[in-house]
Design a protein around this ligand. Structure first.
Ligand SMILES: [Zn+2]
Length: 768
């Protein structure tokens, strides 16, 4: 019987809706396409296939190419020039026959005929690095770029090749079929750039006081482009901005440098005994067992003595690296060198720092600890760090990553003093660049195409790692800092960007070269979006599991944005299409607030709303099921009910129902809310987000509720929540802890807090 009544009731209200429409005879509105914020991402995503599964995991036919390198390199310190002979063995694991190969010549970005300066369209720079200025306006310019001397096959026969700016196409004698490999060699050299004065991600810094250079060498050899199921050949040119896309492979590299240089690189040093002194070997053995503090392999005293000399003979350092996507090294006679062991998943990894005396005392204090701490934090969030070492090299103005080695800024003043800004900047850049070992060196996404996939994911984990570092090394924190002061990650820090001028904001899903405000676009916003997703939307447990799943699925593989988006949903049962759509595909921002609050009471008398329905339908009141009537405080009906004494306590229908349907025991436990509120939340911002609301009651207590983002699915502008309470609500605050990146908090409270505008403040100041 009860059941029937409910059906009747719903029919009643549905039909009334139809009536109302007929009476008003609204004009027909034009139809519109589905712009719902919760629309599935099917239009944006390509279809899953045998290579990439709908779950976001690699599919059964997933493949990736392999490029193995053997290189002999010579660093000429007098001429600041590097030359190399490399043999590449390229394995075609794709199902496609390849008639040519593409090799990346990134150094050509600095060639005399480089197109990079020609696409700068912002007029005269108000300030410019001296070297760039002289190259641009005063001299012939730096003679950079690869000098390719020969390209030969394994038999020593010249291979036809064509250079299109930063890409070289090599013609194969016959198509390279599935499962086949092809070996060829390239002989090259180039002039190394002074990156401090001319810019660049690698090169040297010259120290006029002692006449030495600090070489940080990367993108230094012709590197195979990626061939994949997604792009075919990824041969998008290097303009200098977007980083790299590289296949995995094994590297055997011999580097010949002046004999008094200290050098470290990607890979295992295979001839340590030949290049280390007996003393260094002894210290190295100690370092392997030192888990709590770094051991000096080369002391500052030794480094300072070395930088006074200039060896005329050479030494060759030999490295072997397995399953890496790139190779980098650093070499100088100025280096101090320290190492410490760190346990990762039961294995020992060496945390290493290499720095000239100019980095001290800051570098000997914190660099190696920051490396060790980063490996622990990232391993916890993803997978155990699989390589045997991670090196942080001091390099002025740099922050750049390669497998096992990275170049980082952070230099004290000449007198050894340093500011908080320098200290935190240095620790943060080390955490960030060491973190890049995970994204994109191991989870090998295409940086040329999707800057956010490495920088955004990395900035997110960097935030987690910085907080760990602050906790594990409180001595590194300055007075007054209880936590590590992370620049990126906290929601509030992205507000000025997201609330800024829309003409200069691009969606995250934009190629780096084409975005405005690169740092905010590719690092800040995606990093923060993931942090908000973790802390506010999904919760740590669901997020961390899914994030780890993504990292493990794509470890040593090439993921795309969709693989990430799909996996995060697949592993969590959390519908996130709306989140990706809003945060990654648009430039919408968060702005939510309280618009209106109405207070209601239960009345025993039928209200106008119900009376109208009964009239329209030609029914009698007795036809209706028992109903509870709500009247708004201050309304005519409310006053009427108040006068007649029919408010809450006197609703006979409700009382009767309770008596008939609940046992005495149940009645004793029944809640009796006195206050009913209809709270209207508004959303001037385009992004849909959960509404986090703090309700403060008359007795001073408060309660926080979170309404899922789906509350906005049927109305993108405003929604109203019915809230019943036995205590009077005196204050409502939306996003009380500033965790959603709400760009305008002036509408976040009820009753509205009167805030002085900046202009009023100014006026008052002037008056006073
Ligand atoms: Zn980065």
């Amino acid at each position: 019987m009860k059941h029937l009544k409910y059906i009747f009731l719903s029919v009643l209200f549905v039909s009334v809706g139809v009536f109302a429409q007929e009476e008003e005879k609204p004009e027909r509105k034009p139809g519109h396409t589905n712009n719902n914020k919760f629309k599935q991402l099917y239009d944006e995503f390509s279809s899953p296939n045998m290579y990439r599964a709908a779950s976001g995991a690699p599919g059964p036919a997933y493949y990736q190419q392999q490029a193995d390198y053997k290189m002999d390199l010579v660093l000429d310190d007098d001429k600041a020039r590097i030359s190399g002979f490399e043999t590449i063995t390229y394995h075609n694991n794709s199902p496609d026959p390849l008639s040519y190969l593409w090799v990346q010549l990134d150094q050509n970005m600095r060639a005399k005929d480089s197109q990079s300066p020609l696409i700068q369209g912002s007029g005269v720079a108000p300030a410019q690095q001296v070297g760039s200025f002289t190259s641009a306006y005063m001299t012939e310019g730096f003679d950079g770029g690869f000098k390719i001397e020969e390209v030969k096959d394994a038999a020593g026969k010249d291979l036809p090749h064509m250079i299109n700016r930063t890409m070289m196409r090599i013609e194969l004698p016959k198509p390279l079929m599935t499962g086949e490999k092809f070996s060829f060699s390239i002989k090259w050299w180039y002039n190394i750039n002074d990156y401090v004065n001319m810019g660049g991600r690698s090169g040297y810094e010259y120290f006029p006081e002692d006449g030495n250079r600090n070489y940080i060498i990367a993108q230094f050899y012709p590197r195979m482009a990626v061939y994949s199921d997604v792009e075919g050949w990824q041969n998008s040119q290097f303009w200098g901005r977007d980083e790299f896309a590289l296949p995995f492979g094994n590297f055997e590299v011999n580097i010949t440098v002046p004999s008094d240089h200290i050098l470290d690189a990607t890979g295992k040093l295979t001839n340590r005994k030949e290049v280390f002194s007996k003393e260094m070997m002894k210290r190295f053995e100690q370092a392997k067992k030192s888990y709590d503090k770094p051991v000096m392999i080369v002391t500052q005293e030794e480094a300072e003595a070395a930088e006074k000399g200039r060896a005329t003979d050479t030494k060759t350092w030999k490295f072997y690296a397995e399953n890496v996507r790139d190779f980098g090294f650093a070499s100088s006679r100025k280096y101090i060198w320290d190492m410490m062991a760190v346990k990762i998943g039961g294995k020992d990894v060496m945390a290493v720092s290499m720095y000239p005396k100019e980095g001290n005392p800051l570098w000997e204090e914190w660099s190696t600890y920051a490396v060790a701490s980063t490996l622990k934090s990232y391993s916890r969030m993803t997978f155990d760090y699989p390589y045997h070492k991670a090196i942080s090299v001091h390099a002025k103005n740099q922050g750049m990553e390669y497998p096992m080695i990275c170049f980082n800024y952070g230099r004290p003043d000449k007198d050894g003093n340093y500011s908080d800004r320098t200290k935190y900047g240095m620790i943060s850049v080390i955490i960030h660049e060491v973190g890049h070992n995970f994204f994109p060196m191991i989870v090998n996404s295409d940086e040329r195409q999707w800057t956010w996939m490495d920088e955004g994911l990395n900035t997110f984990v960097q935030y987690v790692a910085e907080q760990d570092f602050g906790e594990w090394y409180p001595a590194a924190l300055s007075e007054g800092h209880d936590n590590y002061p992370s620049r990126r990650g906290p929601a509030a820090n992205i507000v000025p960007y997201m609330g800024g001028d829309q003409d200069f904001i691009a969606p995250i899903m934009t190629k780096g070269l084409n975005t405005y405000q690169f740092g905010n676009n590719a690092y800040g916003k995606p990093g923060t979006a993931l942090n908000i997703l973790r802390e506010t939307v999904m919760g740590r447990e669901l997020f961390d599991y899914a994030f780890k799943e993504y990292a493990n699925r794509w470890m040593f593989k090439h993921p795309t944005p969709e693989d990430f988006f799909r996996t995060m949903e697949d592993a969590s049962a959390f519908d996130l299409d709306w989140y990706w759509r809003g945060w990654f595909y648009t430039t919408d921002y968060v702005d939510m607030g309280v618009k209106e609050v109405k207070k209601y009471y239960v009345s025993g008398e039928p209200n106008e709303y119900v009376k109208n329905i009964v009239k329209q339908r030609g029914m009698k009141m007795s036809d209706l099921p028992p109903l509870v009537y709500m009247v708004e405080e201050g309304s005519e009906e409310y006053n009427e009910s108040l006068k007649n004494g029919t408010l809450l306590e006197n609703s006979p229908t409700l009382k009767e129902y309770i008596m008939d349907n609940f046992s005495e025991e149940e009645r004793a436990k029944i809640k009796e809310p006195k206050y009913f509120y209809s709270i209207t939340f508004e959303k001037p911002g385009g992004l849909v987000m959960p509404i986090i609301v703090e309700y403060t009651y008359a007795d001073g207590t408060s309660k926080t509720e979170k309404y899922p983002a789906q509350i906005w699915r049927l109305n993108d502008n405003e929604v109203s929540k019915a809230v019943a309470s036995d205590k009077e609500i005196v204050k409502i605050t939306v996003d009380p802890n500033l965790e959603t990146a709400d760009v305008d908090t002036s509408n976040n409270s009820w009753p509205k807090e009167i805030k002085q505008s900046k202009f009023d403040e100014f006026k008052n100041e002037v008056k006073n």
